[in-house]
Design a protein. Structure first.
Lengths: 323, 242, 292
């Protein structure tokens, strides 16, 4: 199957998932259309559309940045969550929320981006740019642990017990009851970041042959590293500021994407973005279908689906050459 | 016709002293020297890896001034390490260097066509080496910069590769090849360049170089009755900087 | 948040004169659930949160079960076409803006920090519901409690799972003061078993929230030193009302006042004297205990 055909199919799958996210569950919407038409459309526009758009944008951002980070570190286990990026972003946002309140979106976004950037820079400093798997995972674990501990500290120092519950719910990741403005606030930076990451596909592909060969091709590897770190922090940070931390999508999507591109990491950025969007939309549908009284945090669903996959991946990492 | 390669004052901090290097017409130049002497660093400096000082011009053009597509026509670098980060197929890997047709030709030249769809992590070390060499040769650049290309190859392929390089030179490509095997180098090279402690200490025709005291002193070996042996008396190390 | 609530209260008050009372009210938060159930007319309530329907969370669970339950999100109640939505907090959610665009009135209450906040909340909610008289009755009870606040305040520690206690300057302490209990200031709002042993208060107000459920917090409370604090009188209190500390606490406070009035003032002091001597012997003459 040609690459273009594959991409088109993926895009189609994404659109289908998006449509499903808007229309399902169908019975309440149909009933409302009969009873109060204008409310039905308002519901579609004000509630379902932002939710679907956020799932799409956040999922795509996680997929694209996951592919880029995995290409940069030449390691299939690198991802925004395993490297501590989302934890750092969440910490940055929680601290900002305590200081400036939850409804200061620009400040929250800046805080989240700052946190994500800090986590990634710390990772590069600890593990180095071409770290082995073990070093990378350990460094990412350490950073996640640090960010988690600081976030727990922040929770313990919550200005009120009610603020604690606010922060907690949002740390688990949630797409519920976000407005169109919020969706735009997350989707715009995500889109910009993804587009700019796509430009780096070729240099990332050449990294397959090693940094030296990539440099001999004329790619500035140092600048590539900086760009990927900054774009990831920017896009992921903006999404975390609105929706909280969601894991595993950034790990799983690029792996599937690389299966489609025959292993090329740079070419996998676009498919990974599409797959990430589909995955998060699907997870959101699961959340809505779950017959529980309360809202299941979407981070829980992605973890329940992603963790077993991750275990399988670790068990089957036999292809690493000489490492 | 312009000089194929002209490098002036190229250097890499701590690894290569400021050096001049030139190749007027296409030829096969072999770099020899002990471990850590700076062979790799010289190749890096020529390939513009690691932000080296100095200026390099190939056919009068500076590689940094060209976009990646045109730059690959000018020079191609093969590292000594055989690391491949992702399990691509052999054909996909070779295509990283050049277009589809050139890739097919390069694969054919190195007898890899039957493995085109095999994933590189499922090849033996020698086969993987040949895939990487094919990648370097595919774009038919003006200048080939190869670091230990015959390592990991069986004797037959070592000879075949050297012959392939001679063919490339005959077709107008220059090649600078770092090697450990002195006999192999001397047999195929037009020129031998001896490197020690980050500087070129001698260069010349292969046979003359092999017999030179300089070379023997740098390596600590001497040629006795047609084979190499460690020097009976301790060598005088460290010649003047080239 | 406060300014917004105030502004919305004003606008609602002005609107209330011209508009009819809302017929379909939903609440998206346990604390607003309690306010709605206490102040609203059953005919106007449409949905409360699932928490309100659980016996372990609130005293009003039986009434709550008459209505549909929601999961605290706007999307779960949007289909019910409410004309008034009660919320509190909500973090990163943008429910207010969305609900207004859907044509629903929203009353977003701030987290209460004082009795004045509670009274303000009662006023706002009852006005928004068009149930000023019900609100007035509740406010009157609180007012009576405030006027009859005992002059003598007994040294008390509110004790919850895991040793949690309340701030001496917070809302819980203000309620306790209405019953004649003065919450002691404890560093970090967490009391240790050692503190209970060495400096017991005159009264321990022990919350029975989730009592009987297995958790590390409950295990702490079942420790011998926590179960019977020597030198202190332990009074159990319905922990559920202390989650929101809203007007649902008035019953409990009235009961506590009655319970305290049973203790003669002298006996309490004698208990303190006895344990004071013991403690001095233990600690030495340099340290002295606070007077209850």
């Amino acid at each position: 199957m040609r690459a273009v055909t594959r991409l088109l199919l993926l895009a189609l799958a994404m659109l289908a998932a998006f449509a499903a996210s808007l229309l399902l569950p169908l019975p309440p919407l149909a009933a409302l259309l009969g009873a109060d038409r204008s409310l039905a459309f308002a519901l579609l526009w004000e509630l379902r559309l932002p939710r679907a758009a956020l799932a799409l944008a956040y999922g795509a951002m996680l997929g694209a940045s996951g592919a880029a980070i995995q290409g940069l570190f030449a390691n299939p286990l690198a991802s925004p969550d395993l490297t501590g990026t989302t934890s750092g972003a969440a910490l940055g946002a929680v601290v900002t929320a305590y200081l400036l309140g939850f409804s200061a979106p620009l400040a929250l976004a800046l805080g989240a981006v700052g946190g994500a950037l800090g986590a990634l820079l710390l990772l590069l400093a600890l593990a180095g740019p071409r770290a082995e798997t073990a070093t990378l995972l350990l460094a990412g674990l350490a950073i996640s642990a640090l960010a988690g501990a600081l976030t727990t500290l922040a929770l313990a120092l919550a200005p009120s017990p009610f603020a604690f519950y606010d922060a907690y719910e949002w740390l688990m990741g949630s797409l519920v009851d976000r407005s169109l403005e919020q969706a735009a606030f997350a989707a715009a930076p995500a889109l910009v970041a993804i587009l700019l990451l796509l430009r780096l596909a070729r240099p990332l592909d050449s990294l397959t042959l090693g940094e030296e060969v990539a440099q001999s091709f004329g790619h500035d590897v140092r600048r590539l590293r900086v760009e990927i770190v900054c774009l990831t922090a920017f896009g992921v940070g903006a999404c975390v500021a609105i929706c909280g931390a969601i894991g595993f999508v950034g790990l799983v999507a690029p792996i599937f994407a690389r299966r489609l591109t025959g292993g090329h990491p740079g070419r996998a950025i676009l498919p990974a973005a599409l797959i990430g969007g589909v995955l998060l939309l699907a997870a959101d549908l699961v959340v809505r279908a779950a017959p529980l009284g309360r809202t299941l945090p979407i981070g829980v669903v992605t973890a329940l689906l992603g963790a077993p996959f991750f275990l399988w991946l670790v068990a089957h990492m036999r292809w690493r050459l000489g490492r | 016709m312009t000089t194929l390669l002209k490098a002036e004052g190229i250097a890499l901090a701590g690894r290569l002293h400021p050096t001049d290097f030139a190749m007027e017409a296409p030829e096969l130049t072999c770099l020899v020297g002990p471990n850590g002497s700076g062979k790799t660093s010289l190749l890096h400096a020529l390939a513009r890896i690691g932000w080296p000082a100095g200026e390099v011009r190939i056919d009068g053009l500076r590689p940094e001034s060209l976009p990646p597509a045109r730059r690959s026509r000018l020079l191609s670098y093969l590292p000594a390490s055989r690391d491949i980060a992702w399990p691509l197929t052999a054909l996909d890997l070779v295509r990283l260097g050049a277009g589809a047709d050139e890739a097919d030709e390069a694969m054919a030249a190195l007898d890899l066509t039957s493995w085109a769809d095999r994933r590189v992590d499922r090849l033996s070390t020698g086969e993987r080496s040949r895939v990487l060499i094919a990648r370097a040769l595919a774009p038919r650049p003006r200048l080939l910069l190869l670091d230990e290309p015959v390592a990991n190859l069986d004797p037959l392929w070592q000879l075949r590769l050297m012959e392939r390089l001679r063919e490339a030179v005959a077709q107008g490509q220059g090649a600078v090849v770092a090697m450990h095997d002195l006999d192999l180098a001397a047999r195929y090279a037009d020129r031998l360049v001896l490197i020690d402690a980050g500087a070129i200490v001698a260069e010349g025709a292969p046979e003359a170089m092999l017999g030179s005291e300089r070379l023997q002193g740098v390596f600590g070996i001497e040629r006795v009755e047609g084979e190499w042996r460690p020097l009976s008396s301790p060598p005088r190390r460290g010649g003047e900087a080239g | 948040m406060r300014a917004f609530a105030f502004a919305s209260a004003i606008s609602l008050a002005l609107a209330g004169a011209a508009e009819a009372a809302p017929r379909r009210v939903v609440s998206l938060n346990l604390c607003t659930d309690e306010l709605l159930l206490m102040l609203g007319d059953p005919a106007q309530i449409v949905s409360v949160t699932h928490l309100a329907q659980q016996p372990v969370e609130t005293r009003l669970w039986r009434e709550a079960r008459r209505y549909r339950r929601n999961d605290g999100s706007l999307v779960s109640v949007a289909g019910l076409r409410p004309d008034l939505v009660l919320t509190m907090g909500g973090g990163a959610r943008d429910r207010t803006r969305i609900a207004e665009r859907l044509g629903m009135r929203v009353l977003d209450l701030p987290y209460p920090g004082s009795l004045a906040d509670i009274e303000q909340a009662v006023r706002e909610v009852s006005t928004a519901l068009g149930r000023e008289r019900a609100g007035g009755a509740v406010l009157a009870r609180i007012g009576r409690l405030k006027r009859a606040r005992p002059g003598r305040q007994v040294d008390t520690i509110w004790l919850g799972g895991g040793g949690r206690t309340v701030a001496a300057s917070g809302l819980a302490a203000q309620w306790m003061a209405l019953a004649g209990l003065r919450q002691r200031a404890v560093a970090g709002d967490r009391v240790s078993l050692e503190q209970l042993l060495v400096r017991p208060p005159a009264v321990i107000l022990r919350s029975d929230y989730r009592q009987g459920q297995y958790s590390s917090e409950q295990r702490w409370l079942s420790h011998p030193l926590a179960r019977r604090v020597r030198g202190a009188r332990t009074i159990a209190t319905d922990g559920r009302a202390w989650t929101c500390m809203g007007p649902a606490l008035t019953d409990e406070i009235e009961r506590l006042r009655g319970a305290l009035n049973v203790i003669p003032a002298r006996a309490g002091t004698q208990e303190n004297q006895v344990s004071k001597r013991r403690t001095s012997a233990f600690l030495g003459p340099g340290l002295r205990r606070d007077d209850g």
